[in-house]
Ligand binder design. Structure first.
Ligand code: EPU
Length: 294
């Protein structure tokens, strides 16, 4: 069979297990995993996928993702072109594939502050922006608040620059659904390096004290219902330590499910159903998943 991606620059692999690209360390395979080299290669890839009627999945940092079913085409924006970082005064441009960790470090090197609250969040710039990653402590801060403009591709491969007035961000959501982000310009602020370092540490410490950052997880599994914390509700049902197979409700933070090693997507999904049912029975609250299930 002729490879329909022939001509694509970048890495292509077949029947690639995707678990290693997710922070949960579990999930199905991709029939094809492509890592295009440039935006042009990405456009080429999207056009071939469209001809074949295949809907691609961009995996980003795989930090908020549960891959239940075999994926026909997975895309990683891991090449140099998609992980660039540059600064123009207080504007910082980052490729969508750059890790949040590298974004914060590079901003720090340039004495630019603002994104310290993302410290400790795994994933990439693209994922953090699409999902409007954020914190609620000591005040609400979200990635979307810092965006000046961004570059996206639609499913037909058309590139557009979206300015901040056309962007809508909500709680762990944005109006970028269905688009592929390629780069983002953040508006940051000059700050003394020591202060940035201190704030990065404060956010990291806050997270590390409360959240299970060592185990394999996808962060908070459920969205917080209005005015409450999903973690608190799950905890109040006595579910810490509840498990199905190797999928366990964290004892540190009840809104984290940990893969102890051999958990299957079905184990996590069953545990999620149990959590939803118990929380509904006790509190009348329907918890909605925050993680993307594909
Ligand atoms: N709580 C419990 N038991 C638990 C967990 C929490 O009683 O097992 C209580 C805490 O004692 C506290 C309250 O619930 O009184 C809130 O807990 P926490 O400060 O840990 O915040 P959260 O609401 O659980 C949210 C975000 C986190 C973010 C933190 C810190 C969501 C779903 N979660 O968690 O984001 O890191 O605030 O700002 O919005 C994520 O999105 O993946 C995530 C982890």
């Amino acid at each position: 069979m002729k490879n329909w991606l022939e001509g694509l620059k970048g890495k292509v692999s077949f029947n690639e297990p995707l678990a290693k690209y997710t922070t949960f360390r579990l999930g199905a395979c991709a029939k094809l995993l492509a890592e295009p080299k440039t935006p042009d290669d990405l456009i080429f890839l999207l056009s071939r996928a469209r001809e074949k009627d295949i809907k691609p999945l961009v995996i980003g940092g795989g930090s908020n993702l549960l891959i239940k079913n075999k994926v026909p085409l997975a895309i990683r924006l891991s090449s140099q072109e998609f992980t660039r970082f540059s600064v123009d005064d207080e504007m910082a441009k980052a490729g969508a594939g750059l890790s949040i960790y590298a974004l914060i470090r590079k901003a720090l090197e340039n004495n630019l502050g603002g994104l310290e609250f993302l410290s400790g969040i795994p994933g990439t710039v693209g994922g953090a922006v699409m999902m409007n990653a954020g914190v609620s402590w000591p005040e609400k801060k979200e990635a979307g608040d810092f965006i000046e403009e961004l570059e996206v591709l639609d499913k037909n491969g058309n590139i557009s620059i979206l300015k901040k007035d056309s962007l809508r961000f909500g709680y762990r959501s944005s109006n970028l659904e269905g688009l592929i982000l390629t780069s983002v310009v953040f508006r940051l602020e000059k700050k003394p390096r020591a202060r940035i370092t201190e704030e990065i540490k404060d956010f990291w410490d806050y997270r590390n004290e409360r959240q299970d950052l060592r185990g394999f997880s996808a962060g908070c599994v459920f969205k917080n219902p209005d005015g409450d914390s999903a973690g608190r509700l799950i905890d109040s049902c006595g579910l810490k330590g509840a498990k199905i197979g190797d999928a366990v409700v964290s004892r540190k933070h009840a809104n984290f499910i940990i893969n102890r090693g051999k958990a299957k997507p079905a184990d996590v999904l069953r545990l999620m159903q149990i959590i939803q049912r118990k929380v509904y029975e006790k509190h009348g609250v329907k918890l909605e998943p925050e993680i993307k299930i594909v």
